[in-house]
Design a protein around this ligand. Structure first.
Ligand SMILES: [Zn+2]
Length: 108
């Protein structure tokens, strides 16, 4: 029997080689990190990164965070934009945000 999940598995694997939902809550953000080692350059303020994270609120309202590999940022952006379209966000708004983030990424 066909259902959404089996479609997603088929398409997800075929297209991307990884299991990735078509829609995701939240937004993508760049973050810089301190690793915590005393002698590391980051202890003096030269932080690691930037790294991409997806941030969202779960069903209970708790803030959640997920690391996003660089080669999956585009897929995550699309999945988040699609979720926003479904939930009423305008496409233009979502694309403008993606463009701003891309610009931010190229400036670092
Ligand atoms: Zn460090």
């Amino acid at each position: 029997m066909r259902n959404k999940f089996s479609d997603f598995r088929r398409n997800g694997r075929l297209k991307f080689g990884v299991l990735l939902p078509k829609m995701l809550l939240g937004s993508l953000q760049l973050e810089w990190k301190q690793c915590g080692r005393d002698r590391c350059r980051c202890a003096a303020g030269d932080l690691h990164g930037p790294y991409w994270y997806r941030r969202w609120r779960d069903e209970t309202g708790k803030q959640r965070k997920q690391y996003v590999r660089l080669d999956r940022v585009e897929q995550f952006s699309i999945a988040i934009a699609q979720q926003r379209v479904i939930s009423g966000w305008s496409v233009r708004q979502a694309l403008a945000k993606i463009r701003r983030m891309e610009k931010e990424l190229h400036n670092v």
